[in-house]
Design a protein around this ligand. Sequence first.
Ligand SMILES: *C/C=C(C)/C=C/C=C(C)/C=C/C1=C(C)CCCC1(C)C
Length: 238
Amino acid sequence: MDVLLLDPRDYVGVSFWIISAAMVAATFFFWVERDRAHGKWKTSLTVAAMVTGIAAIHYFYMRDVWVATGTSPTVFRYVDWLLTVPLQIIEFYLILTAIAVVSVGLFWRLLVASLVMLIAGYLGEVNPSSALALWGLFVIGTVAWFYIIYEVFAGEASEINASQGTVASKKAFHALRLIVTVGWSIYPLGYIYGYAAGGDIAALNIIYNLADFVNKIAFGVVIWAAATSDDANQKARA
Ligand SMILES: *C/C=C(C)/C=C/C=C(C)/C=C/C1=C(C)CCCC1(C)C
Protein backbone atom coordinates (compact mmCIF):
# COMPACT_ATOMS: atom_id res chain seq x y z
CA MET A 1 0.00 0.00 0.00
CA ASP A 2 1.26 3.45 -0.87
CA VAL A 3 1.42 5.84 2.03
CA LEU A 4 1.43 9.46 1.01
CA LEU A 5 3.55 11.59 3.30
CA LEU A 6 4.88 15.09 2.86
CA ASP A 7 8.33 14.88 1.28
CA PRO A 8 10.64 17.36 3.08
CA ARG A 9 12.18 18.22 -0.32
CA ASP A 10 8.76 19.23 -1.66
CA TYR A 11 9.13 22.93 -0.90
CA VAL A 12 5.61 23.79 -2.06
CA GLY A 13 4.18 21.11 0.24
CA VAL A 14 6.37 22.36 3.09
CA SER A 15 5.10 25.91 2.53
CA PHE A 16 1.53 24.60 2.93
CA TRP A 17 2.67 22.93 6.15
CA ILE A 18 4.35 26.01 7.64
CA ILE A 19 1.45 28.28 6.80
CA SER A 20 -1.04 25.83 8.33
CA ALA A 21 0.91 26.08 11.60
CA ALA A 22 1.14 29.87 11.37
CA MET A 23 -2.62 30.20 10.74
CA VAL A 24 -3.44 28.06 13.80
CA ALA A 25 -1.03 30.00 16.00
CA ALA A 26 -2.40 33.35 14.78
CA THR A 27 -5.97 32.21 15.43
CA PHE A 28 -5.22 31.40 19.08
CA PHE A 29 -3.27 34.61 19.47
CA PHE A 30 -6.09 36.88 18.22
CA TRP A 31 -8.63 34.93 20.22
CA VAL A 32 -6.76 35.20 23.52
CA GLU A 33 -5.71 38.82 22.93
CA ARG A 34 -9.35 39.77 22.45
CA ASP A 35 -9.47 40.14 26.26
CA ARG A 36 -7.08 43.08 26.10
CA ALA A 37 -9.25 45.05 23.65
CA HIS A 38 -12.23 47.22 24.56
CA GLY A 39 -15.65 47.90 23.11
CA LYS A 40 -16.11 47.43 19.38
CA TRP A 41 -12.44 46.52 18.90
CA LYS A 42 -13.22 43.12 20.46
CA THR A 43 -15.34 42.24 17.44
CA SER A 44 -12.50 43.23 15.10
CA LEU A 45 -10.19 40.73 16.82
CA THR A 46 -12.87 38.04 16.69
CA VAL A 47 -13.15 38.53 12.94
CA ALA A 48 -9.35 38.44 12.56
CA ALA A 49 -9.34 35.06 14.36
CA MET A 50 -12.15 33.81 12.10
CA VAL A 51 -10.12 34.69 8.99
CA THR A 52 -7.00 32.80 10.08
CA GLY A 53 -9.07 29.93 11.54
CA ILE A 54 -10.97 29.38 8.27
CA ALA A 55 -7.68 29.58 6.36
CA ALA A 56 -6.02 27.02 8.69
CA ILE A 57 -8.70 24.43 7.90
CA HIS A 58 -8.31 25.04 4.16
CA TYR A 59 -4.52 24.87 4.40
CA PHE A 60 -4.63 21.41 6.02
CA TYR A 61 -6.76 20.16 3.18
CA MET A 62 -4.92 22.01 0.41
CA ARG A 63 -1.65 20.49 1.58
CA ASP A 64 -3.17 17.02 1.25
CA VAL A 65 -4.43 17.77 -2.26
CA TRP A 66 -0.99 19.03 -3.28
CA VAL A 67 0.83 16.04 -1.73
CA ALA A 68 -1.57 13.48 -3.21
CA THR A 69 -1.98 14.93 -6.70
CA GLY A 70 0.77 17.49 -7.33
CA THR A 71 -1.88 19.82 -8.74
CA SER A 72 -3.20 23.17 -7.54
CA PRO A 73 -6.03 22.93 -4.99
CA THR A 74 -7.84 25.67 -6.93
CA VAL A 75 -11.39 24.97 -5.77
CA PHE A 76 -10.43 24.94 -2.06
CA ARG A 77 -8.22 27.99 -2.51
CA TYR A 78 -11.18 29.94 -3.84
CA VAL A 79 -13.64 28.56 -1.27
CA ASP A 80 -11.23 29.86 1.37
CA TRP A 81 -10.94 33.27 -0.32
CA LEU A 82 -14.70 33.53 -0.83
CA LEU A 83 -15.15 33.14 2.92
CA THR A 84 -12.20 35.16 4.18
CA VAL A 85 -12.09 38.14 1.80
CA PRO A 86 -15.67 39.22 2.65
CA LEU A 87 -14.70 38.91 6.34
CA GLN A 88 -11.80 41.25 5.70
CA ILE A 89 -14.16 43.68 3.98
CA ILE A 90 -16.28 43.47 7.15
CA GLU A 91 -13.14 44.41 9.13
CA PHE A 92 -12.79 47.63 7.15
CA TYR A 93 -16.41 48.36 7.74
CA LEU A 94 -16.17 47.60 11.48
CA ILE A 95 -13.24 49.97 11.89
CA LEU A 96 -15.26 52.73 10.23
CA THR A 97 -18.48 52.03 12.11
CA ALA A 98 -16.54 52.13 15.38
CA ILE A 99 -15.92 55.83 14.72
CA ALA A 100 -18.75 57.07 12.51
CA VAL A 101 -22.13 56.46 10.98
CA VAL A 102 -21.34 54.65 7.72
CA SER A 103 -23.73 53.99 4.84
CA VAL A 104 -24.54 50.34 4.23
CA GLY A 105 -24.08 51.09 0.52
CA LEU A 106 -20.34 51.38 1.09
CA PHE A 107 -20.25 47.90 2.58
CA TRP A 108 -22.17 46.40 -0.35
CA ARG A 109 -20.00 48.12 -2.94
CA LEU A 110 -16.83 46.75 -1.37
CA LEU A 111 -18.39 43.32 -1.01
CA VAL A 112 -19.63 43.12 -4.60
CA ALA A 113 -16.27 44.33 -5.94
CA SER A 114 -14.42 41.65 -3.95
CA LEU A 115 -16.80 38.95 -5.23
CA VAL A 116 -16.37 40.06 -8.85
CA MET A 117 -12.59 39.96 -8.34
CA LEU A 118 -12.64 36.42 -6.93
CA ILE A 119 -15.24 34.90 -9.26
CA ALA A 120 -13.40 36.29 -12.30
CA GLY A 121 -10.11 34.87 -10.99
CA TYR A 122 -11.67 31.48 -10.35
CA LEU A 123 -13.28 31.22 -13.79
CA GLY A 124 -9.97 32.22 -15.36
CA GLU A 125 -8.00 29.62 -13.41
CA VAL A 126 -10.33 26.76 -14.31
CA ASN A 127 -10.16 27.70 -18.03
CA PRO A 128 -6.40 27.97 -18.52
CA SER A 129 -6.51 26.60 -22.08
CA SER A 130 -8.45 29.59 -23.39
CA ALA A 131 -6.23 32.67 -23.47
CA LEU A 132 -9.31 34.84 -23.86
CA ALA A 133 -10.90 33.46 -20.67
CA LEU A 134 -7.62 33.36 -18.75
CA TRP A 135 -6.60 36.96 -19.45
CA GLY A 136 -9.99 38.54 -20.11
CA LEU A 137 -11.18 37.42 -16.70
CA PHE A 138 -7.88 38.48 -15.17
CA VAL A 139 -8.52 42.01 -16.44
CA ILE A 140 -12.06 41.99 -15.01
CA GLY A 141 -10.72 40.82 -11.64
CA THR A 142 -8.03 43.48 -11.67
CA VAL A 143 -10.52 46.26 -12.46
CA ALA A 144 -12.63 45.14 -9.47
CA TRP A 145 -9.53 45.21 -7.26
CA PHE A 146 -8.67 48.72 -8.51
CA TYR A 147 -12.18 49.80 -7.58
CA ILE A 148 -11.62 48.62 -3.98
CA ILE A 149 -8.34 50.57 -3.92
CA TYR A 150 -10.13 53.64 -5.22
CA GLU A 151 -12.82 53.30 -2.55
CA VAL A 152 -10.36 53.10 0.36
CA PHE A 153 -8.04 55.85 -0.94
CA ALA A 154 -10.42 58.37 -2.48
CA GLY A 155 -14.01 57.23 -1.93
CA GLU A 156 -16.46 57.37 0.96
CA ALA A 157 -14.43 55.04 3.20
CA SER A 158 -11.38 57.25 2.97
CA GLU A 159 -13.42 60.43 3.63
CA ILE A 160 -15.00 58.99 6.78
CA ASN A 161 -11.61 57.90 8.06
CA ALA A 162 -10.01 61.27 7.37
CA SER A 163 -12.77 63.38 8.91
CA GLN A 164 -13.84 61.29 11.90
CA GLY A 165 -11.09 58.77 12.68
CA THR A 166 -9.41 58.46 16.07
CA VAL A 167 -5.65 57.99 16.34
CA ALA A 168 -6.09 54.21 16.65
CA SER A 169 -8.68 53.83 13.92
CA LYS A 170 -6.67 55.97 11.48
CA LYS A 171 -3.56 53.93 12.14
CA ALA A 172 -5.46 50.72 11.49
CA PHE A 173 -7.20 52.10 8.40
CA HIS A 174 -3.95 53.34 6.84
CA ALA A 175 -2.18 50.04 7.45
CA LEU A 176 -5.11 48.01 6.14
CA ARG A 177 -5.34 49.95 2.93
CA LEU A 178 -1.62 49.45 2.41
CA ILE A 179 -2.25 45.72 2.76
CA VAL A 180 -5.09 45.84 0.24
CA THR A 181 -2.85 47.69 -2.23
CA VAL A 182 0.65 46.26 -1.77
CA GLY A 183 -0.12 42.98 -0.01
CA TRP A 184 -2.97 42.04 -2.34
CA SER A 185 -0.82 42.79 -5.42
CA ILE A 186 1.05 39.54 -4.69
CA TYR A 187 -2.04 37.57 -5.83
CA PRO A 188 -2.25 38.86 -9.43
CA LEU A 189 1.54 38.34 -9.63
CA GLY A 190 0.99 34.71 -8.65
CA TYR A 191 -1.66 34.38 -11.35
CA ILE A 192 0.69 35.82 -13.98
CA TYR A 193 3.58 33.55 -12.88
CA GLY A 194 1.24 30.60 -12.76
CA TYR A 195 -0.23 30.93 -16.23
CA ALA A 196 1.88 33.20 -18.44
CA ALA A 197 4.46 31.56 -20.72
CA GLY A 198 3.42 27.97 -20.22
CA GLY A 199 2.74 28.34 -16.53
CA ASP A 200 4.43 27.19 -13.37
CA ILE A 201 2.05 25.57 -10.90
CA ALA A 202 4.70 25.34 -8.14
CA ALA A 203 5.41 29.07 -8.38
CA LEU A 204 1.68 29.81 -8.38
CA ASN A 205 1.16 27.95 -5.12
CA ILE A 206 4.26 29.31 -3.39
CA ILE A 207 3.25 32.87 -4.28
CA TYR A 208 -0.39 32.42 -3.20
CA ASN A 209 0.78 30.81 0.06
CA LEU A 210 3.13 33.67 0.78
CA ALA A 211 0.37 36.15 -0.06
CA ASP A 212 -2.05 34.49 2.36
CA PHE A 213 0.56 34.53 5.10
CA VAL A 214 1.03 38.29 4.68
CA ASN A 215 -2.56 39.25 4.01
CA LYS A 216 -4.30 37.19 6.66
CA ILE A 217 -1.80 37.24 9.51
CA ALA A 218 -0.31 40.72 9.04
CA PHE A 219 -3.84 42.04 8.46
CA GLY A 220 -4.86 40.63 11.87
CA VAL A 221 -1.72 41.93 13.55
CA VAL A 222 -2.48 45.46 12.32
CA ILE A 223 -5.94 45.23 13.87
CA TRP A 224 -4.51 43.76 17.05
CA ALA A 225 -1.97 46.61 17.34
CA ALA A 226 -4.69 49.24 16.98
CA ALA A 227 -7.18 47.42 19.20
CA THR A 228 -4.73 47.06 22.09
CA SER A 229 -3.20 50.54 21.76
CA ASP A 230 -3.59 53.05 24.58
CA ASP A 231 -5.66 55.37 22.44
CA ALA A 232 -8.24 52.72 21.62
CA ASN A 233 -8.52 51.74 25.27
CA GLN A 234 -8.85 55.30 26.55
CA LYS A 235 -11.55 56.09 23.99
CA ALA A 236 -13.44 52.98 24.96
CA ARG A 237 -13.32 53.80 28.68
CA ALA A 238 -14.19 57.49 28.24
C1 LIG B 1 -7.19 35.80 2.43
C2 LIG B 1 -7.26 35.89 1.02
C3 LIG B 1 -7.12 37.06 0.30
C4 LIG B 1 -6.87 38.37 0.96
C5 LIG B 1 -7.20 36.94 -1.12
C6 LIG B 1 -7.07 37.95 -1.98
C7 LIG B 1 -7.12 37.70 -3.38
C8 LIG B 1 -6.87 38.63 -4.35
C9 LIG B 1 -6.55 40.05 -4.04
C10 LIG B 1 -6.95 38.18 -5.72
C11 LIG B 1 -6.73 38.97 -6.79
C12 LIG B 1 -6.84 38.63 -8.22
C13 LIG B 1 -6.84 39.69 -9.11
C14 LIG B 1 -6.63 41.10 -8.69
C15 LIG B 1 -7.07 39.49 -10.59
C16 LIG B 1 -7.65 38.15 -10.92
C17 LIG B 1 -6.94 37.07 -10.23
C18 LIG B 1 -6.99 37.18 -8.71
C19 LIG B 1 -8.31 36.60 -8.25
C20 LIG B 1 -5.84 36.31 -8.20
